[in-house]
Design a protein around this ligand. Structure first.
Ligand code: KG4
Ligand code: ZN
Length: 336
């Protein structure tokens, strides 16, 4: 039977709910948390409190705008991990309470697998096997996707995630959190060849972003000694040069992965897949090498419940349910 499911996402700083009916996502309600901006990063305790304040409103809005009543639901899905423990707890507890009170089964979803499965929300859909570069504030991975629920990580960062590198670089430049989208915006106005930062090359398909971050730190420190207004005057060029390096580091490894696996279908997922430099760079390589590429719609790049609903749909079809004693997991790898 093709189900109607309610999915809840609360792993970081977005409270989101979505309804999926017969494999088709009906809506994607998201409440973002602006409270973290003044602290320059997500404050876990404030995030979980904001989830508590938002979750009922988000789920109610999701039900009312979908035209689906609670009685029509076949299961409740939720993000089990990875994520911030306090944030996950709010979504997991809410989903459990709702499933128990309505007598419905529960479906746990791995947030990173859901980022990959966001590619099945709209057409065109990838055909298996394909590669997915999953890039967010907490992860940087190359995933070999063999089936909806069968995927493995073939390369990943050994230190910072690329989203973290974007955000920390932005912070060094005095830009507000989250800095990734701002670097992207200013990069469009700058010269990507103005500055060169040290790019660490790891063995195999792994990444490292801590070196480039340190290289930027020392560069800014030295330049500011010569001219205290250096960042202000050269903001766009710094952003463009840094973005170019980060995108190059990502795409070089994706090229290598495609060569090694012989797979020419390549997708990108996660918050950093909204980056225009990455999107353009991927399109360019795809033209050169004859790849078929999949770039998600902006609303499905950053955290959202529609991708959780999509993953839950496939788990429902396979009869993969969990029991009421399920607990959130802060560190959870793809395939766990
Ligand atoms: O997937 P996501 O919403 O949350 C996590 O699971 O981490 O990703 C958030 C990350 C942040 O680091 C944010 O700065 C980055 O994605 N991001 C971007 C852009 N949009 C979001 N980074 C670079 N360019 C963008 N346009
Ligand atoms: Zn995410």
């Amino acid at each position: 039977m093709s189900p109607i499911l309610l999915a809840i996402e609360s792993s970081c700083d977005e409270t989101s709910a979505s309804i999926i009916q017969h494999g088709k996502v009906l809506n994607n309600v998201i409440a973002s948390q602006s409270i973290h901006q003044k602290y320059g990063g997500v404050v876990p305790e404030l995030a979980s409190r904001a989830h508590q304040q938002n979750i009922l409103m988000v789920v109610n809005e999701c039900l009312s705008t979908s035209g689906i009543s609670k009685k029509e639901l076949n299961a409740i899905a939720f993000t089990r991990g990875p994520g911030l423990m306090g944030s996950l707890l709010v979504g997991v507890s809410f989903a459990k309470g709702m499933a128990w009170s309505l007598g419905l089964p529960l479906i746990e979803v791995n947030h990173m697998e859901a980022h990959v499965l966001a590619h099945f929300i709209d057409e065109p859909k990838p055909v298996f096997p394909f590669l997915c570069l999953t890039v967010s504030g907490g992860h940087t991975q190359i995933v070999l996707v063999e089936d909806y629920l069968n995927m493995k990580v073939i390369g990943e960062t050994q230190d910072d995630a690329v989203g973290e590198a974007f955000d920390k670089a932005a912070k060094m430049m005095g830009l507000p959190y989250p800095g990734g989208p701002l670097i992207d915006q200013y990069a469009k106005l700058g010269n990507a060849k103005a500055y060169k930062f040290s790019e660490t090359t790891m063995a195999g398909l792994d990444f490292s972003f801590s070196g480039i971050k340190t290289s930027l730190l020392y560069f800014l420190r030295d330049q500011k000694k010569l001219d205290p207004r250096f960042v202000e005057k050269n903001r766009d060029d710094i952003c463009a040069s840094l973005q170019r390096s980060l995108v190059d580091m990502l795409l070089q490894k994706v090229k290598k992965a495609a060569k090694e696996t012989g797979i020419r279908q390549v997708a990108i997922a996660g918050g950093v897949s909204a980056n225009s430099g990455l999107r353009d760079g991927l399109k360019k390589i795809a033209e050169e090498l004859g790849w078929t590429i999949f770039i998600p719609e902006f609303q499905y790049c950053t955290d959202n419940a529609a991708m959780i609903a999509m993953a839950a749909h496939y788990k429902y079809l396979k009869g993969e349910f969990c029991t009421l004693d399920v607990a959130p997991v802060a560190y959870m790898a793809i395939g766990d």
